[in-house]
Design a protein around this ligand. Structure first.
Ligand code: GLP
Length: 244
């Protein structure tokens, strides 16, 4: 595991954007796994700004987002699909057909999860998976549990996770769906390379567990320790509990 420390969130976002854009230049058909949440907002701002005027050719890139709320139409203002449209997809020239997303409004959610895993496999697997991390150590919506799902699945959300997502639902955590669809641990760990980003002291305990703790399903991100190509990018707050 490589740990990269940055002086602040802006420096982290800029460095990750550089890495993503260089990866696309090297491999124009890059298969890119994407997170949502507050942490990647700076990354998406940098990607928008630096892709303008067709400076970066996104036409062959494929994206697969990590997760989506169950029961929400993709056009719902609280959906992760809406977040991605507003933060990135509307601003870059990527064909809609190359954007992979779990559809939270699908009639048969189990079938939708199978479709998604098949689509990732047919794309040749994910080349670069970007991840955030929940304060409780979740990645995607793989919440701490006695067992974790390998494949994409329907997840029950912890209250803390719903509270952390309340800002997309008018600040009311009870309006946040109780369930979500998420890539599973194998879906994530099969990516050829993984970069996890964490900022702020509320992530410090999860980051310490992820980097220095035992591998445990009680902290799903700790499973990243088994992957051969993982980089953790942190600001001083998130790095606050790491040993030097
Ligand atoms: C959310 C998402 C995750 C995200 C994490 C951290 O619930 N499902 O994919 O990485 O929590 O979010 P944030 O960056 O807002 O702290």
């Amino acid at each position: 595991m490589i740990i990269e420390r940055f002086e602040d969130e802006d420096a982290l976002s800029a460095a990750l954007a550089t890495f993503v854009l260089e990866s696309i230049v090297k491999n124009p058909a890059l298969v890119l796994g994407l997170p949502t949440g507050r942490t990647p907002l700076g990354l998406y701002r940098e990607l928008r700004e630096r892709s303008g005027g067709n400076r970066i050719d996104w036409s062959e890139v494929r994206t697969f987002n990590l997760d989506e709320f169950a029961g929400l139409d993709p056009s719902h203002a609280g959906s992760y699909r809406s977040y991605m449209q507003a933060e990135l997809f509307e601003h870059i020239a990527i064909p809609d057909s190359r954007i992979g997303f779990l559809n939270g409004a699908a009639q048969d959610l189990a079938e939708e999860c199978r479709r998604y895993d098949d689509a990732i496999e047919q794309a040749g697997g994910i080349d670069l998976q970007l991840l955030g991390i929940g304060a409780n150590g979740h990645i995607g919506f793989n919440e701490p549990a006695s067992g974790l799902c390998a494949q994409s699945h329907v997840a029950e959300l912890e209250r803390a996770t719903r509270e952390a997502n309340a800002d997309r639902f008018g600040g009311d955590w009870t309006a946040v769906p109780e369930r979500a669809l998420s890539m599973g641990m194998a879906t994530i760990l099969h990516a050829r390379a993984i970069v996890l980003i964490a900022t702020g002291s509320e992530k410090a305990a999860a980051v310490k567990g992820l980097v220095e703790g035992m591998i445990t399903t009680a902290l799903p991100a700790s499973l990243l320790q088994v992957h051969p190509r993982v980089t953790i990018m942190v600001d001083p707050g998130a790095a606050g509990l790491l040993s030097d």
